[in-house]
Structure formats: structure tokens, C-alpha cells
Design a protein around this ligand. Sequence first.
Ligand code: SAM
Length: 278
Amino acid sequence: MIRFFEKDPYSPIQYVYDVEKILYKGKSPFQEIVVIENPFFGRMLILDGVVQLTERDEFFYHEMLVHVVMHAHPEPKRVVVIGGGDGGAVREVLRHETVEKVFFVEIDEEVIKVSKKFFPTVSCELENSKVEIKCMDGSEFIKSRKGDIDIVIVDSTDIIGFAKSIFTVEFFKSVKESLGDNGMLVTLSESLHFHRDMVLGVQETMRLVFPVVDLYTAPIATYAGNWWTFSAASKALGLREMRKPGISGLRYYSDEIHRHAFLPPRMYEKLLKKSLNW
Ligand code: SAM
């Protein structure tokens, strides 16, 4: 059997996957796009040599990326998803009946096309009439919104190359301006095992802009370091509190997970003071 050796620029170890079949291999103007079939994880989407999602475990990531802020916000109606070309984040956002509009801003149209073909259970809501697709850089799109967005969700590739534009202080300032009074932002921020300095970097940058910033984690089998973090920010309300009952039909996220996913306060303080010793 052929094998795929992941080329994650930030991982100190290399993950290797058996490849039953290469289903797609192409190059867009932005990145190399590959879809393989693995005996355990099923279909896998790989961008520039880095695993983005697998059929088997994508729900851990997508549910945790989306539902924490969607439950912390009292009434999310207008949502922006930046990146997330596979459609998984959009699918989760649309489980919330309050949602009226989703701006889906993916820089690479090819990722959307490939996901529609090979990951129909992930991309299934992209044709929903509430979704407006914009193929452009999320940092540019967000500058055009002023105070009319409830939630911004960043589902990007690792913090490298064109994805860097959505982790800068300028970007976070534009996000703050785009949000209404109770507005919230969430973004992936890498692993506490392998990338503690990157996690801190995202947190410190967010703290320059937002009065409320927090950090929660989820176990993701296929992302380097596995103990994956999500950095969330808010203009006013705390993020640890759920402001509506949990929606049903999910596989990992629940009210119990919401309460326990955030870093315990003393540990979080240690992280911010750079005294977590590992
Ligand atoms: N869940 C995945 C992960 O963390 O590995 C991310 C999946 S999703 C496919 C990532 C998408 O973000 C890619 O399709 C990429 O094109 C998009 N992306 C990266 N930087 C972007 C930017 N600045 N604006 C819009 N989309 C961006």
C-alpha cells in the first residue's frame, strides 16, 4: 500500500497514513489539493501536504469551532465564516434556527469545488439560500462590514502564507468593527502540545483588540499535537456561559462539553504569564 507522509511545517513529528486510493490531485492558484482514501479515517482532504479534515473525525473540529460561540451569543443572526472551503463550519452554523445569513468567504474556489464532489456530507449546506459565497481573502471582506455581524468564525489553514492575513492585529480590529454590540469571534489557534508560542501569539494579539478573550480545547486525532486550541473573543459577554439550551443532534459538543472545554482559570493564567512549564 502507498503511504502519505504529512508535511506539516510546524509539527516536530511526522504523521503517516495508508493510502487505499488517491481520489484527486490538483493545483489551484493558491495551493495543492489532494483527496485520499484511508482505511480508518475514510476520505481525507489535504492542502499543501497538511491534513485538513477526515470523514471520520471532522465533526469534533467543526462542532467545537462553531457551537461554543453560537451558544454563548444570545441570538446569532448574521455570521461570517472565513476559510472552511469544505463547508463543515457552514453546515454547523445553519443548525441554529436564529441564523438568517451566512457570508462564506473562502479564498480558494477550487477547495469548494473539490469538497462538493468528494465530501458531500460536509459541504451539504453550501447551496442553502441563506449562504452567500465570496471567493476572496477574508481580511479584505471583513473590512466591508460595519457593525452588522454577530459572529465571525475563522476556519483557515495553519498560520502560514496567505492565512497569515487573518491572524494580525489589523484583521482583529476589522473584525471588531464588523461586529454588533454582543459580537464574538472564534479562530483555530493550533496545539498546546506542539505550538504553545503560537497559541500565546494569537491570544496576545486578540487581547490587544478585544476586552474579553478566552481559550478552549478539543481532542482532534488528525491535527498535529492533537490537543487543539480555539481562541475566542467577545466585545462584551463572557464566552464560558451558554445563553440558550444546547441544540440536539450533535455528536461531540454538548452543554457539558461547553463547560469543560475552557482552560481552567489558574492554568489559563499560567499560560498567559508564560509559566506553563512543558
Ligand atoms: N479545518 C481545517 C484545518 O484547521 O486544518 C481548515 C479547513 S479549510 C479547508 C481551510 C481553508 O482556509 C482553505 O480552503 C484555505 O483556502 C482557506 N483560507 C486560508 N487563508 C484564507 C484567507 N486569508 N481568506 C479566506 N480563506 C482562507
